[in-house]
Ligand binder design. Structure first.
Ligand SMILES: NC(=O)C1=CN([C@@H]2O[C@H](COP(=O)(O)OP(=O)(O)OC[C@H]3O[C@@H](n4cnc5c(N)ncnc54)[C@H](O)[C@@H]3O)[C@@H](O)[C@H]2O)C=CC1
Ligand SMILES: O=C(O)[C@@H]1CCC=N1
Length: 271
């Protein structure tokens, strides 16, 4: 891809995307530039990724064709204030923060900048990301297609209407944390039952990956796949019954709803 890609902020999520796109071979390391605050991060990122990195947000904004704002929501206002006159009219700005709306971006820039609101997730680091995108009216179809190509280089990507974006962290951006909690709880139980820790993680995470693959590749309803595991009078149905008794599904629903509620609060400008 013949584009200069810039990242303002190079923390967990920025690095996951950078690593993912370099590994995929879509972009060369020399076509990616980033900024960071500390010399420590600058040194680390230079050694690890071989991309250009500095602390000069203005220059990065001027030189990027595609500019990712990979910073925390509460620093957006300050950073946009700093770069807004440097961003070119043909640059596409990609936000990745929960609760930063397209309207908030327009207000912060004070003009009609091309913006794509997105929500990636950290499995992008290993090429298994799930990103959801929503462009504003100034992004041309061709530009959206190019940005989709970037996101698809480190996983899968979908476009949705903005009204769904507050619900997106619960299904993609934040959801890996919930799955890690499930894996941790299952592995802890396995350890309690005598498995060595490393074997427990391997077995459980492969089972989780396999189950997800079954949903994706067979196209069958998850309930049907669950039923196929439950031997009458067997082990699985005993586990399923206990999980229903203790409110497993309801716990997931409540966690995801809290996640979306928090995203809505952030979208409304609440700290
Ligand atoms: N961590 C995750 O799983 C996901 C995070 N996000 C979003 O990504 C954004 C970044 O999150 P993380 O990478 O987790 O945070 P992080 O704290 O790991 O990275 C943010 C980086 O931005 C740097 N930074 C802060 N102010 C800066 C400035 N003025 N100029 C240049 N760099 C600056 C910080 O030093 C830090 O390295 C957040 O808005 C978050 O909502 C979205 C999806 C998933
Ligand atoms: O926790 C957060 O707010 C960010 C957005 C999705 C994942 N991490």
């Amino acid at each position: 891809m013949n584009k200069r890609i810039g990242f303002i902020g190079c923390g967990q999520m920025g690095r996951a995307m950078i690593q993912g796109m370099i590994d995929a071979g879509l972009v060369k390391a020399e076509d990616i530039a980033a900024t960071a605050l500390s010399d420590e991060t600058i040194d680390f990122v230079t050694d690890e990724y071989g991309i250009q990195i500095s602390n000069d947000n203005k220059r990065l904004a001027r030189e990027s064709d595609l500019l990712f704002l990979a910073i925390k929501p509460y620093v957006y206002q300050g950073v946009i204030q700093e770069i807004k006159d440097e961003v070119r009219d043909d640059t596409v700005v990609v936000t990745i923060a929960a609760g930063i709306t397209l309207d908030a971006m327009k207000e912060a820039f004070g003009r009609n900048v091309k913006v794509i609101r997105s929500m990636p997730n950290t499995p992008s680091l290993v090429g298994a990301g799930m990103s959801v995108l929503c462009p504003n009216d100034f992004v041309a179809n061709q530009e959206l297609a190019e940005v989709m190509e970037v996101f698809e280089s480190f996983g899968e990507a979908e476009v949705v209407e903005e009204k769904l974006m507050d619900a997106v962290p619960s299904v993609s951006g934040s959801s890996p944390a919930f799955i890690y909690m499930l894996i941790e709880a299952m592995a802890d139980t396995a350890v309690q039952q005598g498995f060595p820790r490393e074997k427990a993680y391997k077995i459980v995470s492969q089972a989780v990956e396999g189950a997800a693959k079954m949903v994706k590749e067979t196209g069958k309803h998850p309930g049907e796949l669950k039923d196929a595991v439950c031997t009458p009078g067997g082990t699985t149905i005993s586990g399923v019954t206990k999980l229903e008794e203790v409110g497993f599904r309801n716990a997931i629903i409540q966690g995801m709803t809290a996640c979306t509620d928090r995203s809505k609060e952030l979208s409304q400008g609440k700290k």
